[in-house]
Design a protein around this ligand. Structure first.
Ligand SMILES: NC(=O)c1ccc[n+]([C@@H]2O[C@H](COP(=O)([O-])OP(=O)(O)OC[C@H]3O[C@@H](n4cnc5c(N)ncnc54)[C@H](O)[C@@H]3O)[C@@H](O)[C@H]2O)c1
Length: 244
């Protein structure tokens, strides 16, 4: 199986969770050093790989390499993401808007496209990582919300197309998860604890989702035991219900 964004907070937990289930994990990220350190800490089951998810050429090389060296890929998790918070809608530079789309959406599209080609003859499962912001409008996250909303429809169109090959495509929508990406949301002068407490206050469970919670939901959707599940999205967010 292959996880993108494997050097990030959620990606690392996914690599660990799949490796603990006995999978051979290709850990793919731009950050080669962090990726290699992760692989070294987990033993032979994890293979670090440099991948820029926005490069179609690299995706094609990676699947060809997986065929040649590892007997193919049965599960792909499109987890790599990018978020620059706190930019009012009217101040969003076009270049930054496009960067959100390139990493979050083009990266997911390219992964799905080449995984479906690769899995056509053998079946498989793809899990795309959207966001709570795929379905909620944040006034200072216009590009991220739009790109992550498009990840949902990409999941559904890919699922509608690939079902005939026995390939399932689903999405997990994490709520706020304490990682480097979330901490980028700190307002000026705000403490980490204050941000986390504020986010926790929306959860009936009184907790945020952890990277391990996101990994567990991803494992569920990738599991061949759930062969009748495709085209869905699963929010994993502590039951985030503003106003509840
Ligand atoms: N942390 C949260 O609160 C939260 C909430 C909702 C959704 N998500 C989503 O979960 C996923 C993982 O987020 P995270 O919190 O672990 O973030 P993170 O910033 O810790 O990790 C993101 C990883 O993606 C990698 N990456 C970025 N651009 C890339 C590219 N072009 N090619 C390959 N890798 C690239 C980075 O190197 C990094 O390792 C993302 O898709 C993110 O949008 C996170």
């Amino acid at each position: 199986m292959l996880v993108t964004g494997s050097a990030g907070g959620i990606g690392k937990a996914m690599v660990r969770a799949f490796a603990e289930e006995g999978a051979r994990v290709i850990a793919a990220d731009l950050q080669e050093d962090a990726n290699r350190a992760l692989a070294a800490s987990l033993g032979d089951a994890v293979v670090p790989l440099e991948l820029d998810v926005t490069s179609e050429e690299r995706w094609m090389e990676v699947f060809a390499q997986a065929d040649r060296d590892y007997g193919g890929i049965d599960v792909l998790v499109n987890n790599a993401g990018f978020f620059q918070p706190n930019i009012p809608f009217e101040d969003m530079p076009l270049k930054l808007w496009r960067l959100h789309f390139a990493i979050n959406l083009d990266g997911t599209f390219l992964g799905c496209k080449h995984a479906i080609r690769h899995m056509k003859s053998r079946g498989g499962a793809i899990v795309n990582i959207g966001s709570g912001m795929s379905i909620t409008a944040n006034p200072t996250a216009s590009a991220y919300c739009a790109a992550k909303a498009a990840v949902l429809m990409t999941t559904r169109t890919a699922a509608a197309n690939a079902g005939r090959y026995g390939v399932r495509v689903n999405a997990v929508l994490p709520g706020a998860v304490p990682t480097g990406m979330l901490m980028g949301n700190l307002a000026e002068g705000q403490s980490e604890e204050n941000l986390l407490e504020n986010l926790r206050s929306h959860s009936p469970l009184g907790r945020l989702a952890t990277p391990e919670d996101i990994a567990a939901a991803t494992l569920f959707l990738a599991d061949p035991a759930n062969a009748a599940v495709t085209g869905i999205y699963l929010p994993v967010d502590g039951g985030n219900m503003p106003g509840a």
